[in-house]
Design a protein. Structure first.
Length: 346
């Protein structure tokens, strides 16, 4: 997300207004509103202080995790004191995202001084907590200009939650929520500060495909490509075309990118710069690309892995058709050994 710089900036947003210390101290002691206000201000101050401490250089993972959890408790206490306030929820979501969800300790370009607490891979319980906090923030402050700025991160979070869904209906609800955020971002491009528009189009296309809306997915992928997409978006278009039973077009899209692009795609995947939902979806991409580029053995392995994963039941038949076609191909003849005359050189 915004890393240390954003966290420091975020903590500077909130200023507790000075409270008038005049008046009858005993009356103030009996004033519940004033006590609530004090508890809220205390929770926000402590949360800010603890989050700043957690961001310090050289802390152990255990110490960082402890400070982060203390900061979250302080913000939650502030939210309990004044449930109508939006700010604690914004900070809860920002701290969760910065330390737990999108923490890249080995990214030299991220400018992060801290050591991320375990696990470095997203904890879906934390992701759900962040989404709920962002929803609570928007519900309490729908006109806050930061609402538009949170939509991209929240859409990504909702997409990741598909792997934690307890039913197909819940998974669909997460995807529909992500779809709404992406569309809202594109309806107000003037408010998309610090974001490149092309990834929004690419992620929107992917979301359409996850929802089975292939015509809209293909059209949206094409828009993303016109805006300057990377290999993963081209591969997404290829997968959507294949699932729409336009396999020849799909294979041509992948071949047009070439073998080097496939290696870059695999590197992106292994570095977790791209992700797939539900689990197993990545095998469809790898299988289709391997098949297009003539890596038949790899393609067979990846198609089998996709089928074994059970991902996307509506598209299992397409994968099975690919696998059966590859298995039905005649095997190339084994190379023969030619006898060679002895060389006169020793």
């Amino acid at each position: 997300m915004k890393r240390a710089a954003l966290l420091l900036a975020m903590l500077g947003v909130f200023v507790v207004s000075a409270r008038d210390t005049r008046g009858d101290v005993w009356q103030r002691a009996l004033d519940t509103t004033d006590a609530t206000r004090d508890r809220y201000a205390k929770g926000m101050r402590e949360g800010d202080h603890l989050a700043m401490q957690a961001n310090a250089r050289g802390l152990s993972r255990a110490r960082t995790a402890s400070l982060v959890d203390q900061a979250l408790r302080a913000y939650r206490d502030a939210a309990t004191a004044r449930p109508e306030q939006a700010e604690p929820y914004f900070r809860i979501a920002t701290v969760l995202d910065s330390f737990y969800i999108d923490c890249r300790p080995h990214d030299p370009g991220a400018g992060q001084p801290r050591t991320c607490p375990p696990p470095t891979r997203p904890d879906l319980a934390r992701v759900l907590e962040a989404v709920e906090a962002l929803d609570a923030f928007e519900a309490r402050a729908p006109l806050d200009p930061r609402v538009h700025g949170i939509r991209f991160d929240r859409a990504i979070h909702r997409t990741k939650l598909v792997d934690a869904a307890r039913s197909p209906e819940q998974a669909r609800a997460y995807l529909e929520g992500a779809l709404a955020d992406y569309r809202a971002l594109l309806e107000r491009p003037d408010g998309v500060q610090g974001l490149v528009v092309q990834p929004i189009w690419g992620n929107l296309a992917e979301t359409y495909m996850m929802l089975g809306r292939l015509d809209e997915a293909i059209e949206t992928y094409q828009t993303a490509i016109r805006l300057g997409a990377d290999t993963s978006t081209y591969y997404g278009l290829a997968v959507a075309l294949d699932r729409d039973e336009r396999t020849a077009e799909a294979l041509d899209v992948i071949r047009g990118q070439g073998p080097r692009a496939f290696e870059q795609f695999k590197l992106q995947y292994h570095q977790q710069r791209i992700f797939f939902v539900p689990r197993g979806e990545e095998f469809y991409y790898l299988a289709l690309a391997s098949e297009a580029l003539g890596y038949t053995t790899d393609a067979i392995t990846q198609w089998r892995l996709f089928l074994q994963s059970g991902a996307h039941p509506p598209f299992q038949a397409r994968a099975k058709a690919h696998l059966d076609a590859l298995l039905a191909r005649p095997k190339p003849p084994a190379p023969t050994t030619r006898l060679r005359a002895p060389s006169p050189f020793r």
